[in-house]
Design a protein around this ligand. Structure first.
Ligand SMILES: [Zn+2]
Length: 257
């Protein structure tokens, strides 16, 4: 590994603190609200929750789905204690009493602030309080896409993961190994894998392209909900609106469901 030790320490601390990206407060869109939701009291919205023309017009069938991309199973420990902690988290933050991710409505795109997959796995695997919010269970993401395009699944899709304040109750989290939006957007192998994974997921769960969002767009999601007042304006810097417009354009160009 060519990276210097202090840099590694800084990276580990940054990820432990943030889970991804950097913490920031109340970076809100000035766009007018254009959507409402019966499940969330969102302050602002980027787009209607459901804009895909065929999104809810038919039941999913195996032959209607885009192909599932290759996925390496790299599970982190998520046993009874971590599940119980997730139930308690969901109760505190969302008023829900389950660790289960049911009928997800949102996919959140992140980058890791780590140099490789292994260091990312090592950050998410331990069930320890994060150093930013000091809560349990430990932070995680459902998928991590390495710089070479390898897709790792760390957590089953039926389980909530702590990756985005306000959206963990309904969001699939996808981390990209890297240090910036631009780095990920310019990595052709990583992007190809990301778009294939997101297309498969969103078609499987009938998630419109407007609800494939960057972590930095979390506050504008019509599905954002947060019962802890101090966290209602909390978000991170990774994948802002401009970069997600570019990401969503590529996703749209890749075809409909
Ligand atoms: Zn993030």
């Amino acid at each position: 590994m060519s990276i210097r030790l202090p840099a590694i320490a800084a990276v580990v601390i940054a990820l432990a603190a943030a889970g991804c990206g950097k913490a920031s407060q109340a970076v809100r869109s000035t766009a007018p609200a254009t959507a409402t939701s019966t499940t969330a009291a969102a302050p602002l919205a980027l787009a209607p929750a459901s804009t895909h023309p065929r999104m809810r017009s038919r039941a999913p069938t195996a032959d209607a789905l885009p192909p599932k991309p290759p996925i390496v199973q790299s599970p982190i420990p998520f046993g009874p204690r971590r599940k119980a902690e997730m139930v308690a988290y969901a109760a505190r933050h969302y008023g829900l009493h389950t660790y289960r991710l049911i009928n997800p409505h949102v996919i959140v795109i992140h980058y890791t602030v780590t140099p490789d997959f292994q260091s990312t796995f090592n950050t998410f695997a331990p069930d320890v309080p994060d150093s930013e919010l000091h809560e349990l269970p430990g932070t995680c993401a459902h998928f991590v896409i390495d710089a070479d395009g390898t897709i790792h699944q760390l957590v089953p899709l039926g389980i909530m993961c702590r990756h985005t304040v306000g959206l963990n109750w309904t969001a699939i989290g996808i981390e990209h190994v890297g240090y910036s939006d631009a780095q990920v957007l310019h990595d052709h192998r990583q992007m190809a894998a990301s778009l294939a994974l997101v297309r498969w997921l969103r078609c499987r769960y009938h998630i419109g392209i407007a609800n494939v969002i960057g972590h930095n767009e979390s506050l504008a999601s019509p599905y954002h909900r947060e019962h802890v007042p101090a966290l209602r304006a909390q978000t991170h810097d990774d994948f802002d609106h401009a970069d997600m417009q570019a990401y969503r354009a590529r996703l749209r160009a890749g075809g409909s469901c």
